[in-house]
Structures are given as C-alpha cells and as structure tokens.
Design a protein around this ligand. Sequence first.
Ligand SMILES: Cc1ncc(C[n+]2csc(CCO)c2C)c(N)n1
Length: 214
Amino acid sequence: MNWTNKAWLAITPIYTRIQEMPFIKELKEGTLALEKFQFYMDQDAHYLEHFARALAIIGARTKNVDNCLAFIRFAEGAVVVERALHDSYFKEFNLKERGKLAPTTHHYIHFLESTASLAQVEVAMAAVLPCFWIYKEIGDFIYKNTAENNPYKNWIDTYAGEEFGKSVTSALAICNAAAENCTPEQQEAMTEAFIAASNLEFMFWDSAYKLHQW
Ligand SMILES: Cc1ncc(C[n+]2csc(CCO)c2C)c(N)n1
C-alpha cells in the first residue's frame, strides 16, 4: 500500500466527522446561515495568503526541480483563489475588508508555515496535502448532493472543477514518490503532519460554524 492510501486510512474517522458536521451539512443543503459563511470566507482569505506562502517555501526547499515548479504553481493557485474571493465572493456575500485573524486560522497558518520552514521537506509536503485532498473529496461530496438553487453554488463549483482535480492528483503523486525515499520513521512523521492538518481542516469549519473568536 502506498503512503497516501495509508495516510487516508489514518484520517478516515476525521473525514467522516467532516462529512457529518453541521457546517458541511448545511452548506450542502444551502441552509447555512450567511453570517457563518461570511466568517468562513473572511478566514479563508487569510488562510489562502499564508497557505500560498507555505507552498512557496516548500517549492524553494524541494531538491527536485519538477517538484519545485509544481509547488510554485500550487502557490500561484492559492493566490488566484484568494484574489477570486476578494474580487467576486466578497462582493457576492456582502463582505468588505478582511477581518481579524480568528484563533483556529492563527493556529493553522502557523502550523503550516513553521512546518514548511523547519520540518523535513517531505513532512512539509504531507502537512499541506489535506488542504488539497479533503477539499477535493468534500467538494465532490457536496457537489453531488446539492440543490440547483443553493445560494453557495458558485463557491461549491470552484472545488469540483477539473483543473483543481489535476492539482490534487499531482500533489498525491509527489507525496507518494517523496515517501518512497523516506525511512519508516520519516514516513510516520509525514503521517503525523497529515493527521494534524486534517484535524485543523475540521476545526476550521467548526470554528466558522461557532463564530469562534479570541
Ligand atoms: C482552510 C482551507 N483549506 C484548504 C483549502 C483549499 N485550497 C485552497 S487553494 C488550493 C489549491 C492551491 O493550488 C486549495 C486546495 C481552502 N480554501 N481553505
């Protein structure tokens, strides 16, 4: 079994909790309160900026030039999504300026940036993988089960697109190849980072649902 299959098995309980959490259930049904979605959008704009920085750091630290290019493109993709939030979704959902960084976002971005900077680069790659993979799975899950008149439909469509699917496939292949060059202990550290980021993905939606501030 390759590393990504093992890693997914390790987060299956977390993924199931995400599928069943009220934020995702209500987003899928189109009944999520606007205030909660606005909180999420606002925090996601912060998150995407720092996620892009973490990806660029990983790109700079990879030894393989193809991986360097892939991570620089992922970083660009994250900035493009952040810009799209500002240029279209902020207006569509009536948000003005970015608000304050909430505790979970603070935790998540600092986890990603410190792991990207200080951990073994393969571990850093594993830490950013849930951002791709969980969004792909949850995006498809919501897309398949949503109503035509869902007010969040435009946003949902972003993560069900083919282009995004390609970056997920590429990130998975890079992580599997990276894991093959690692010792079992190093692979264990990759899995640990993957689990931590998956828990933080859960917390990110949960904190938006609870409008959690300092
Ligand atoms: C908290 C949070 N986690 C993951 C994503 C998903 N995401 C944003 S940009 C990008 C691809 C970059 O090339 C991915 C996978 C998000 N929006 N917010």
